[in-house]
Ligand binder design. Structure first.
Ligand code: IVH
Length: 680
């Protein structure tokens, strides 16, 4: 825990009224800059490391802006000022730097027997020992050097002796301090940089939308980001870090336990599950415990590391050419599964995008049976070298959609995109790495559009899933989504699988969908790059008429809408077919209204474990977010409540207990939150 800087007015009660810079003497400016840097560093620590901010975002922004203003006006530049975390010119290449101490790797195994043998070897040399236990992070390792309490450099592992200087990108990670509170003259630490799961998924979604290949897993994403040459690209990819050892310091520590304490006290992020035990069996249990916790963590781990706690004993044990004799990685069983690709099919999306999907011999990956894996596009499939018959390794990267990680043995051939659409025979064009069917009335596209249009988060017409959508298209009852509103009960009742009652029900559902909020309607239209979140932002900013006419600049003034998305929205509305379709929907009686988002839950952060009757998790999250709350996937010091529903998990509850977060049951949740918002 980093101490709160004493006598600093910007830490406790920030005075947000600042004098004109010209009214200050040079000494006063320096003093203020000093205090502001100290305060901003402290607030970064509270926010990014402790997840427990002590001032509002607005107050923080004011302090930060003031610091920037003074630094610019008085030319007070310092590479370690918190204002210097982002920006700068792209580099031509990364420089190579020698490590202070060689970066070795770890001896490892997956069997408990091997860990017990490690323990025996250790005790033969040094007698009884205590072991420090830590998660083994599956990220990107770096050495970070602080000189005179200031961040000096960050170096990649490289060949262990020489690595690459990645200081510029590592500086952007706000949980890594640039100045140490009360650090020694020299401090060399080692740690692991990772991309949090949630950030990884966002990052990949953006990449796929831009037509770039997604990263296979968070580790690759972190490694790719740390080594980027353009610091501006780094800024929109979240990274975080954990430190696990002090390699050298002018104020030596005596054990791993001391090292954790020291690192924590000077503001370096250390992991919450580190612990010291005095028996190897506890290390073996620890791996099981972490294995159970694994899926709930925001970072990937691939095992645990067992280290001799006492540094003097480490000296006695020494190292081999490749690894220390005092540490051992007890790894998890691999979570990837090996299987064979039976064939590759091509799916047609509602935008006409053709996606190759590998159909697999069923394989168990982390307890889930996987039978298909998306290959995203032809380029991705070819880079991997996947084809029918190939033996592949399946990964569930960051617990998202299963992916082909690697081809272990090639198949008969490598996948190639067909020249014509597999659904309609229409011609296919390539745009960047993606292929599209050009036939506007391709039945596969239409079926997908229908399904999407009717989905819960769009028009919410229950009963039109994959099969019914296909039936409606095949029977020629629907040529475009607006035709749904002209369906007659009789014609539906005569369809296979339908009867009078189900036909009546569907007609009622269709009728009820006419009363729709604008965001859901916009989402239903299926504009490329406009998912529910962006639809909501658009509905906040425009009514339907204004949106149909909005130019690119007006569109770009909406948060999270950049040039590419603005272009996609504009060209959607420039397309006459789309305009006609919207007119037909409106004429049929669909009346999208702007409900807007309400704000009665603004500022409330909550997490949910278990289920709440009457809602899926997605619906509940959506509802709460629409009313201004933030719903997080894990519990931290910033969480206001943990909602505990039916069959809750243990991790969030434990975490809530640890952080002193209030837990409320389903009944209290309905009383205190749900009833309040649903009344509106
Ligand atoms: S200690 C002398 N502790 O695993 C060895 N390493 O296979 C010092 N790693 O290169 C490493 N989590 O990148 C250590 N808690 C942890 C770790 C950890 C991940 C990585 C590290 C190292 C690799 C060794």
């Amino acid at each position: 825990m980093v101490e709160r800087p004493a006598d600093n007015p910007y830490v406790t009660a920030p005075d947000l009224e600042f004098e004109e810079p010209s009214a200050l003497s040079e000494d006063e400016v320096r003093e203020q800059v000093e205090r502001l840097r100290e305060a901003v560093n402290y607030h970064d620590y509270r926010y990014y490391v402790e997840s427990d901010p002590v001032i509002s975002d607005r107050a923080y922004d004011i302090l930060f802006d003031r610091l920037e203003t003074l630094e610019a006006a008085f030319d007070l530049h310092d590479p370690n000022s918190p204002t210097q975390r982002v920006g700068g010119e792209p580099l031509d290449e990364l420089e190579t730097v020698e490590h202070v101490t060689e970066m070795l790797s770890l001896d490892s195994a997956e069997e408990a027997a091997d860990v017990r043998e490690f323990d025996e070897r250790v005790r033969e040399v040094v007698g009884d020992v205590a072991y420090a236990l830590e998660p083994k992070f599956d990220g990107f390792s770096v050495e970070v050097v602080y000189e005179d309490g200031e961040f000096d450099r960050a170096v990649t592992r490289g060949d262990g002796e020489v690595g690459e200087d990645v200081s510029r990108n590592v500086r952007t990670i706000r949980s890594i301090p640039l100045t140490l509170g009360n650090g020694p003259d020299l401090l060399v630490v080692r740690g692991e940089i990772y991309m949090p799961r949630s950030g990884f998924q966002d990052c990949n979604e953006r990449r796929i939308q831009r037509g770039e290949d997604p990263f296979a897993n968070p580790r690759n994403a972190a490694a790719g980001t740390v080594r980027l040459l353009d610091p501006n690209t780094v800024a929109d990819r979240p990274l975080d870090a954990y430190f696990y050892d002090i390699m050298e310091t002018s104020a030596p520590v005596e054990s791993q336990r001391d090292a954790f304490d020291r690192m924590e006290s000077i503001g370096l992020p250390v992991n919450e599950y580190n612990r010291v035990v005095d028996d190897i069996e506890a290390a073996i249990d620890y791996r099981e415990e972490m294995l159970e916790r694994r899926a709930d963590l925001e970072y990937e781990i691939d095992g645990v590391v067992v280290k001799v706690n006492d540094y003097a004993k480490r000296e006695q044990l020494g190292t081999t050419a490749t690894h220390p004799r005092w540490a051992f990685a007890y790894k998890f069983p691999p979570k990837t599964g090996e299987t064979v690709v039976r064939r590759i099919v091509v799916q047609v999306g509602r935008t006409g995008k053709l996606t190759p999907v590998a159909l697999l011999d069923p394989v168990d990956v982390k307890g889930v049976t996987i039978t298909r894996a998306t290959l995203h596009n032809e380029r991705q499939a070819q880079q991997l070298g996947v084809g029918a018959g190939a033996r592949v390794e399946i990964e569930r990267a960051g617990d998202v959609i299963p992916q082909v990680g690697e081809v272990l043995e090639p198949g008969e051939s490598v996948f190639e995109m067909p020249d014509t659409c597999p659904a309609c025979g229409g011609s296919v064009v390539q745009e960047g790495p993606n292929h599209y069917c050009t036939n506007v009335s391709c039945p596969a596209q239409l079926r997908r559009s229908l399904e999407h249009f009717c989905s819960k988060s769009a028009m919410d017409i229950e009963g039109v899933g994959e099969e019914v959508a296909e039936l409606l298209v095949e029977e020629g009852l629907v040529d475009s989504v607006a035709d749904l509103y002209a369906l007659e009960q009789d014609e539906l009742a005569s369809l296979e699988g339908f009867g009078d009652r189900s036909a009546r029900k569907l007609i009622d559902e269709i009728e009820a969908s006419k009363d729709v909020d604008l965001a859901s309607f916009l989402h239903a239209l299926g504009i490329r790059h406009v998912g529910k979140e962006r639809a909501r932002r658009l509905a906040d900013a425009f009514d339907l008429d204004a949106l149909r006419d909005a130019d690119r600049d007006a569109l770009r003034s909406v948060a999270d809408i950049g040039p590419e998305v603005a272009e996609s929205i504009r060209s959607f509305f420039d397309n006459e077919r789309n305009q006609t379709e919207i007119d037909r929907l409106l004429e049929a009686g669909v009346s999208p209204t702007r409900t807007g988002v309400s704000d009665e839950l603004d500022g409330l952060t909550l997490a949910i474990t278990g289920s709440i009757e009457g809602y899926t998790r997605e619906e509940l999250t959506d509802l709460l977010e629409r009313h201004g709350a933030t719903v997080t996937s894990s519990v931290s010091g910033r969480t206001d409540f943990l909602v505990v529903g039916e069959t809750p998990g243990t991790t969030k509850r434990e975490s809530a207990a640890e952080h002193g977060v209030e837990r409320i049951d389903a009944e209290a949740f309905r009383d205190r939150i749900l009833d309040r918002i649903e009344d509106n």
